[in-house]
Ligand binder design. Structure first.
Ligand code: HEM
Ligand code: HEM
Length: 225
């Protein structure tokens, strides 16, 4: 068996399972650890737990009706668009849905039009480049950025870049990339999924707990959540 066949079988078989299971189980585990730690450390928050404050706090932060919108409108709006593309494209892109349909699960759902997937991918990539340049060139942000902040931004953007190349045959004439883009894309997607529970990318789930806890704390003290 040559190296390509070995890697291709790995990426379409065991590694696909490992990446999805690591993402799902790892994220639930991180959430569990967070709840256990906060039960010990934030006893007051748990004693005053209120679903109403949690709900109000999350709604204000998920919809753009919080203070950071006014403080930093451009960055906040770009952040929203970035996350909408990040969640919508991989789930509702027709090329991905047909993979689920052909899989042992046979799942299918309505896709977004191909042009939308293209525009959203390019928009996402443009914002990712902007975020990267902002981290590199803005002195204040560079000071609080760690190596992993840069790396994770790149890890998040790579499946979009390689997915776009793959579906458009962009580098088809460049020998190495032309022959291997499908494999490269799958490995990039799998790397991102595997890294989520172990890195700051776990904020996709921890965000809800930490924002919820802050809302309870603010609400109990009579501040605006
Ligand atoms: C519903 C789920 C999610 C929520 C509520 C959320 C929330 C946030 C917030 C509040 C920020 C900081 C400010 C901003 O950029 O607007 C952020 C940044 C970021 N998020 Fe998310 N996120 C979610 C899902 C994800 C996922 C699934 C990924 C990737 C796997 C991701 C990748 C990133 C990255 C790379 C940044 C840093 C951007 C930079 O360098 O400034 N997010 N997210
Ligand atoms: C985990 C395993 C993954 C597999 C097996 C996979 C597979 C594929 C395949 C086969 C295509 C091309 C379909 C076609 O040409 O019709 C594609 C395109 C694409 N994928 Fe993935 N993918 C994976 C993960 C991801 C992830 C995690 C993201 C983003 C977060 C992503 C984003 C994209 C994008 C943006 C496109 C191109 C959309 C466009 O046409 O502009 N993929 N993927």
């Amino acid at each position: 068996m040559d190296l390509y066949t070995f890697l291709y079988d790995l990426a379409t078989g065991p590694l696909l399972w490992i990446s999805f299971l690591t993402f799902i189980i790892g994220s639930l585990f991180r959430a569990g650890l967070y709840i256990m730690a906060s039960r010990k450390m934030d006893k007051v928050t748990h004693e005053h737990f209120s679903l109403k404050y949690v709900f109000l706090g999350l709604v204000r932060w998920i919809l753009p009706i919080n203070r950071s919108v006014k403080k930093n409108p451009v960055f906040t709006i770009l952040g929203y668009i970035f996350h909408i593309c990040l969640i919508v494209v991989p789930i509702w892109y027709v090329g991905h849905i047909s993979l689920w349909e052909d899989s042992r699960f046979g799942w299918t759902w309505t896709a977004i039009p191909d042009e939308w997937a293209d525009y959203m991918t390019l928009t996402f990539l443009a914002i990712a480049v902007f975020f990267l340049l902002r981290r590199i060139f803005s002195k204040d942000i560079r000071l609080i950025s760690t190596f992993s902040d840069y790396l994770l931004l790149v890890v998040t953007a790579l499946p979009f870049l390689t997915g776009y190349f793959l579906s458009h045959g962009t580098l088809e004439n460049v020998s190495f990339f032309g022959e291997n883009m499908e494999l490269i894309h799958m490995l990039c997607g799998e790397l991102m999924l595997i890294l989520i529970p172990f890195t700051k990318l776990s904020h996709f789930i921890l965000f809800f707990f930490s924002r919820g806890a802050t809302a309870v704390e603010f609400g109990r003290r009579g501040y605006s959540v």
